[in-house]
Write a protein that binds this ligand. Structure first.
Ligand SMILES: NC(=O)c1ccc[n+]([C@@H]2O[C@H](COP(=O)([O-])OP(=O)(O)OC[C@H]3O[C@@H](n4cnc5c(N)ncnc54)[C@H](OP(=O)(O)O)[C@@H]3O)[C@@H](O)[C@H]2O)c1
Length: 317
């Protein structure tokens, strides 16, 4: 197929775009051309790079027509964050594409009642980002089920890959948390360290997009969680990182208000965003309907990422 990937050079695109080429598709990658993919891959020589700024093209009302003019069979939209943005695209692509895959997020869910959370559970997002992504999901599934627009939605968890900082055991992106654990120094975690995080390797997200394309009759009109097979507790995650480096984990547990007072405002806000949800999502639906089989556990994905970050001296123990 002729596949247009919108935003195909970021965390997910760095893995997905080359794999689409390897699968035999003709691939066009739409970006502003401001950043390079995280990983080097010869497949990029076969990717047609299309430079445009979605925001300014949308303001001018011509983003959809510019994508349609690329004559895609399949559009993978990795950079839609508002309903209006998606509607503009769908209205103009209607009748012109065989497949439209939107990248959502597990943050369409708020705090869970039953875990692992399934796709069937009602959406109760607790942030503006989650609310907007849930609105896009609702719209696309409605378009698919009532009006036969060929849409599917994939909801990744916390993305992990080579070249960027994964969400750490304190549920933020401060590299000092990994550095302390690796060096055997004490870290503090909020509460009892029992809240959960749900990572996914970006290569597994790429796998899911390819499998959704290949199993289209199962994927169309559906949404899927795309995460590792199991969430991790923050305390268990911290212990694992320390043990990888031969350290005895030294973790102090503090009530949230005390922990927050010790952290920077930025770290505390990011941590709160994650622990307030404590994601723990089921992949049964994706396994059953798409044959999604994540290659990485959460800990394997993070370990690969940390190894790279240490080698590049971004984490210095
Ligand atoms: N990051 C996470 O942990 C996470 C978790 C769950 C779900 N998601 C979802 O995953 C999707 C992709 O996220 P990501 O983390 O892979 O994104 P990302 O790394 O920020 O990559 C964004 C991509 O879009 C391009 N881009 C950004 N602004 C653009 C614009 N105005 N016009 C055209 N291209 C633009 C970027 O290239 P240029 O800068 O060169 O334009 C890049 O290729 C999003 O829908 C997000 O909601 C992310």
């Amino acid at each position: 197929m002729r596949v247009v990937v919108i935003g195909g050079s970021g965390h997910i695109g760095s893995y997905l775009t080359p794999r689409l080429v390897e699968a035999g598709h003709t691939v066009l990658c739409v970006t502003r051309g401001q950043r390079q993919p995280y990983i080097v891959d010869d497949a990029w020589t076969k990717v047609e790079r299309v430079t445009m700024d979605r925001a300014s093209e949308e303001s001018a009302g011509r983003f959809g027509s510019r994508i349609r003019d690329l004559e895609p069979d399949c559009v993978i939209d990795l950079t839609a964050y508002t309903l209006e943005s998606t509607v503009q695209l769908v209205e103009i692509l209607r009748g012109h594409v065989q497949q439209f895959l939107h990248c959502g997020t597990i943050w369409v869910h708020g705090p869970a009642i039953e875990v692992p959370v399934t796709e069937e559970q009602p959406r109760k997002p607790i942030s503006d980002y989650g609310v907007r992504k849930a609105a896009i999901e609702r719209y696309l599934l409605d378009q698919a089920r009532r009006l036969h627009f060929p849409a599917a939605v994939l909801h990744p968890g916390h993305l992990v890959g080579t070249g960027w900082m994964p969400l750490n055991p304190a549920a933020n992106f401060n590299p000092a948390v990994f550095a302390c654990l690796i060096a055997g120094r004490e870290i503090a975690l909020p509460n009892m360290g029992r809240e959960t995080l749900h990572h996914v390797h970006a290569g597994d997200v790429a796998q899911a997009f390819l499998k959704a394309m290949a199993s289209w009759s199962n994927a169309c009109g559906e949404s899927f969680h795309i995460v590792s097979a199991a969430a991790v507790s923050m305390g268990g995650y911290a212990e694992s990182v320390a043990r990888w480096y031969g350290q005895v984990p030294r973790i102090r547990f503090l009530p949230w208000t005390e922990w927050r007072a010790l952290a920077s405002e930025k770290d505390a806000n990011v941590t709160w965003d994650h622990i307030a949800r404590s994601p723990n999502c089921s992949i049964c639906k994706a396994q059953r309907l798409l044959d999604y089989q994540p290659r990485y556990t959460s800990l394997e994905a993070v370990r690969e990422s940390i190894t790279w970050l240490i080698a590049h001296r971004i984490i210095q123990a």
